[in-house]
Design a protein around this ligand. Structure first.
Ligand code: ADP
Ligand code: MG
Length: 503
């Protein structure tokens, strides 16, 4: 299916006073499940609702309330696992992770430490045409999100909003296979792309629907290879975890800062303490938040309110049958089917709506020309207006119509751009517009010949110059195009100008 070959990118190397250092990064991505209801209650997950309006008794930790599992969330987690080529565990279980926080009224978070629903998978992280890294996924588990404490609304009081409490999150844990800041951002981009294709998480980072804990360590050249051979973590440096990152730019800046901080510490004869840190974008630095807690600090134990989760292979197979064509496969197909570059295929498959739009435009038409028009004209124009493909004023049928007119020779490329602008701003059927506004390309050589003759007759001095220097023939072509309002067939004009000038 995936027949694109790729080479592996080089790890980021930072030169220190005592030699070179390499970066090792592992990400824990929290992706909010695209579900209308919470993981264990029927309360709504709607973003931006009145504070504390989406709260069931069980979300508020009321005594005697029991969690009820939301089957839809389980199905979406399974779908995510399948989309990441991962092992689906037919038996999994929920555990209580005990800690107190005002926005976690139960006093514990329901999570899956020991038996996650999804096991090992993989993500191919694109670093540019022909360059990619395969990052292994360790596991995906389901867990509850916490609510939100608000400390900046009142000088003397704090508030709590429990709307988010109990919303289903998938925690997608990577192996420490990511080797630089750009790769970390590209990993999140690719993961988000796949989740959006699958429709299992909307990936909106601004709303906090996708956030990452970034684990960073540094090691000497060769150490990572030794780790890979043995899977023995002692070959790697001690890691720090930077919590809750929700911007690609900050992820990169935080990793860069953190790696340099660790290198400076180590080169100074110190050691890295495993801890949880926070990134401050205003100061561009990370600072210690708390020492790293271990699983036993939370006294995890199987949640006695929830039975172990058993799912059937047949149900998993049904979900597998609903998987869409995923980005890697679609990209490879676009390259082979339409003969476009890998770069163009990446642009067109960046999101599923753009890919579908393109395929509608290209259907039965020149694929390369269609790719060109979608990427250069349409995307460029939409970007200018801050619009997305889903609210494009030019439909795929309309753009397809324009392309058909170019292919049939009815309009030139230049006129096509004017036509595109008309369709974009006024709407309408491209063929009809061309007809009613007289935009058809003039292929009638008689008419073109007359225009060429007129330009030659009006410019005897230029004719002499062009005869001495054939490069100047282009000037005549330009004049004829101008005289015909850009409608003359350029190939015919070129040929006639050359013939008339005796070039
Ligand atoms: P926890 O949940 O306690 O943070 P995990 O074992 O789940 O611990 O691992 C968290 C993340 O840390 C994983 O993504 C893993 O790949 C990453 N990680 C582990 N060791 C290192 C290391 N030496 N350097 C960078 N990342 C690491
Ligand atoms: Mg962690």
């Amino acid at each position: 299916m995936l027949d694109l070959t790729y080479e592996t990118p080089k790890p980021r190397v930072i030169s220190g006073a005592t030699g070179d250092w390499e970066l090792v990064i592992g990400l824990e991505v929290h992706a909010q499940v695209s579900s209308k209801a919470k993981l264990f209650s029927g309360a709504s997950t709607q973003f931006g609702a009145e504070p504390n309006s989406n709260v069931a008794f069980v979300d508020a930790g009321m005594p005697g309330m029991l969690p009820m599992i939301n089957e839809g969330c389980i199905a979406l987690a399974v779908k995510t696992g399948l989309g990441l080529n991962a092992q689906i565990n037919l038996s999994s279980a929920f555990d209580r992770k005990n800690y107190f926080y005002p926005d976690l009224p139960q006093g514990y978070q329901i999570s899956q430490l020991y038996h996650p629903i999804v096991g090992e998978g993989e993500v191919l992280v694109d670093m540019g045409p022909g360059v990619a890294r395969l990052v292994r996924i360790e596991r995906i588990h389901l867990e509850q999100d916490a609510g939100k404490s608000i400390h900046d609304m009142d000088p003397t009081m704090s508030f709590v909003d429990l709307n988010r409490t109990g919303v289903a999150l998938m925690e997608i844990v990577s192996r420490p296979d990511i080797r630089g800041p750009e790769e970390a951002a590209a990993y999140v981009v690719k993961l988000r792309q796949i989740l959006r294709y699958l429709g299992t998480c909307d990936g909106n980072m601004q709303n906090g629907n996708l956030r990452a804990d970034v684990n960073v360590s540094v090691c000497r050249p060769g150490d990572y290879e030794r780790y890979q051979e043995t899977q023995d973590f002692s070959h790697l440096g001690t890691r720090c975890e930077i919590k809750n990152m929700n911007s690609m730019r900050f992820i990169q800046a935080a990793i860069d800062y953190e790696a340099r901080r660790q290198i400076a510490l180590l080169e100074d004869g110190g050691s890295v303490t495993q801890e949880t840190r926070l990134y401050d974008p205003d100061k561009n630095e990370t600072r210690s938040m708390r020492s790293k807690e271990e699983a036993h600090d939370y006294r995890y134990f199987p949640d006695p309110d929830l039975l172990p989760l058993e799912i059937e292979q047949a149900w998993v197979d049904d979900i597998r049958a609903t998987l869409p064509e995923l980005p890697d496969a679609k990209k490879a197909r676009f390259v082979t089917e339409f003969g476009m570059t890998e770069y163009d295929a990446s642009v067109l498959t960046a999101d599923i709506d753009s890919a579908a739009y393109f395929e509608d435009v290209a259907n039965g038409r020149d694929g390369k020309l269609a790719a060109n028009w979608v990427i250069n004209e349409l995307f460029g124009r939409l970007k200018k207006d801050d619009r997305t493909i889903t609210d494009s004023p030019v439909s795929a049928a309309q753009l397809g119509g324009i392309i058909a007119l170019i292919s049939s020779g009815d309009i030139s490329g230049k006129i096509a751009k004017d036509l595109f602008e008309i369709v974009y701003t006024e709407g309408g059927d491209p063929a009809e517009i061309v007809e009613t506004r007289g935009m058809k390309q003039v292929t009638d050589t008689g008419a073109i010949e007359a225009a060429v003759d007129a330009v030659i007759a009006d410019n005897p001095a230029q004719v002499e110059k062009a005869k001495a220097n054939p490069k100047l023939a282009g000037w005549f072509v330009g004049q004829v195009m101008k005289a015909t309002g850009g409608k003359a067939n350029p190939a015919a004009v070129n040929a006639l100008v050359a013939a008339k000038l005796g070039l």
